[in-house]
Design a protein around this ligand. Structure first.
Ligand code: B12
Length: 444
């Protein structure tokens, strides 16, 4: 079969999901092409020409985001909210107009709202969860007349009604195809300063109240071997020319032994690339661990503190203490690692006092790569415990709000305080502030 994978993302990020899925589909014996929407200058013309020339039998559309909040100096509260759904619709309508081949939706932005997306786009097929095994199985069933509706993760409309099967997580991550970075032209990504990304494991053992990851990926870790991580990194160097790779894990350093094993292997094998990660948990970030990260070629780490108030650490069920946050910051400060810190303000229990506590901890350190502050917690899915709290307190009134954008802001934060907060934080050196909004017209 000929399979076209469209990365529908319109914001700068690596096409990580599409390349893993493309690799798997290719290994299953199909001919695959990837279309990247991010760099389209004339979407309709480019996509139409590609569909005419390639004549795909199946089109997979990878949806990364439903909405996004980007910093914008002119926007109210300094953040611009963009609803990204119409951009996905534009793509599927062009495809629909040009071919009758089935369109299959998937990706991290699809998982939480499968039924909403199918209705919104008026399409029939989607796959929730990891696509490496499920998508080739779906294509096989399609080609051989098998039962597509029994494929794990299948989220489809059948005879007008919605039908879904639970996703089945990939167990043996080492035995999957390499991410097909060779199928994309890396030049434009490099020009936009995007770093190719891979993941080193699936799963999350923690239960932070605002985060869906442990329910999305399971609490048990499924680890890639360090050799496999190196093989993926080398494949990236070879196919993109980039000597930098991002590990886009949930908490790179959990389990800690896994992170250490990867660093030691990178060091021992002179892997030939540097690495970074956006999610380091402030637990066990010792001098030794920092040295290991540094010597194994880390060019960037973000310490995901989120809060340094004892009350809020408990309320968000982060599973560490203020002292552990301080220990991590001290070890990173003693190292040469370029590091950043992220904070998430506004979860249940947050007050001006808890925010002051967090800031007073961070103030004790020099953070070389800056502090990224998010105000307001997105409500995406019942996988986040905070969604139940939002329903209980009337912040979330009906389920449709989840698909169109909803945020949680602690009732303990007065409006007048919230109005001032972004500007107050931005006045601090090295602070970036994203104020999550449910829509661009939303005001306090
Ligand atoms: C790493 C990451 C980032 C990194 C990206 C770094 C990088 N270099 O790639 C950073 C920190 C920059 C980031 C930023 C943001 N992120 Co982010 N991010 C993630 C994270 C943790 C992993 C994504 C990833 O690459 N995974 C690895 C790949 C291989 O997995 P995957 O993309 O899910 O693909 C698999 C499946 O989805 C499926 N699949 C994918 N495509 C397709 C297509 C078909 C046809 C099929 C069948 C299957 C399929 O198979 C793939 C292989 O298993 C996810 C959460 C998560 N754990 O999924 C959030 C996530 C994608 N991010 C999210 C958000 C909201 C954002 C931000 C908007 C945050 C903000 N600023 O407000 C920004 C947007 C930035 C941007 N430009 O896109 C949300 C999106 C939610 C939604 N429903 O819209 C997620 C899901 C987190 C969450 N809260 O649940 N993010």
């Amino acid at each position: 079969m000929k399979v076209l994978l469209i990365s529908s993302n319109s914001l700068p990020a690596a096409p990580t999901g599409p390349v893993y899925v493309a690799g798997a589909v290719r290994e299953a014996g199909h001919e695959v092409q990837i279309y990247e929407r991010l760099f389209a200058s004339d979407l309709e013309r480019e996509l139409t020409t590609l569909l005419e020339n390639f004549q795909p039998d199946v089109i997979g559309v990878s949806i990364r985001l439903v909405f996004d909040d980007e910093l914008g100096v002119d926007a109210p509260l300094g953040t611009r909210h963009t609803d990204l759904r119409p951009q996905v619709k534009e793509i599927t309508e062009i495809v629909r107009h040009n071919t009758d081949a089935p369109i299959v939706l998937g990706g991290p932005g699809f998982n939480y709202y499968a039924q909403d997306w199918l209705e919104y786009l008026d399409l029939d097929y989607g796959i929730r969860g990891e696509g490496e095994e499920a998508f080739p199985l779906f294509i096989k069933s399609l080609a051989e007349g098998g039962d597509i509706y029994s494929v794990p993760g299948c989220a489809c409309r059948k005879g007008g009604s919605y039908h879904s099967v639970s996703p089945c997580p990939v167990q043996d991550l080492d035995n999957q195809a390499l991410p097909a970075y060779d199928l994309v032209d890396w030049q434009p990504y490099a020009g936009t300063k995007i770093t190719p990304a891979i993941f080193t494991k699936r799963g999350c053992a923690f239960s932070c109240t605002y985060c869906p990851y442990s329910k999305l990926e399971g609490k048990r870790y499924r680890l890639k071997s360090p050799q496999r991580v190196i093989a993926e990194g080398r494949h990236i160097v070879q196919s993109t020319g980039s000597h930098k790779v991002m590990f886009c894990d949930n908490n790179f350093n959990a389990p800690r032994q896994h992170a250490e094993a990867i660093c030691k292997a990178l060091l021992a094998e002179k892997a030939g690339f540097q690495w970074g990660t956006g999610d380091l948990r402030p637990v066990g970030v010792t001098d030794d661990f920092c040295r290991l990260m540094e010597e194994s070629g880390s060019f960037y780490v973000n310490l995901a503190i989120e809060t340094a108030s004892a009350v809020m650490l408990k309320s968000m069920k982060r599973g560490y203490t203020v002292q552990q946050v301080r220990n991590s910051l001290e070890a990173l400060s003693r190292s040469k690692l370029p590091f950043a810190v992220s904070l998430m303000l506004g979860a249940p229990g947050e007050t001006p006092e808890t925010i002051a506590e967090t800031l007073s901890v961070v103030d004790d350190y020099h953070i070389p790569n800056g502090v990224w502050v998010t105000i307001g917690v997105y409500l995406w899915t019942d996988y986040q415990d905070i969604v139940a709290e939002a329903r209980r307190t009337g912040i979330l009134k009906d389920d449709k709000q989840l698909f169109s954008g909803a945020i949680y802001l602690s009732p303990g934060l007065p409006r007048s305080y919230l109005q001032e907060l972004p500007a107050t934080l931005r006045a601090r050196s090295g602070y970036f502030v994203q104020f999550n909004k449910p829509s661009e017209s939303w005001t306090l």
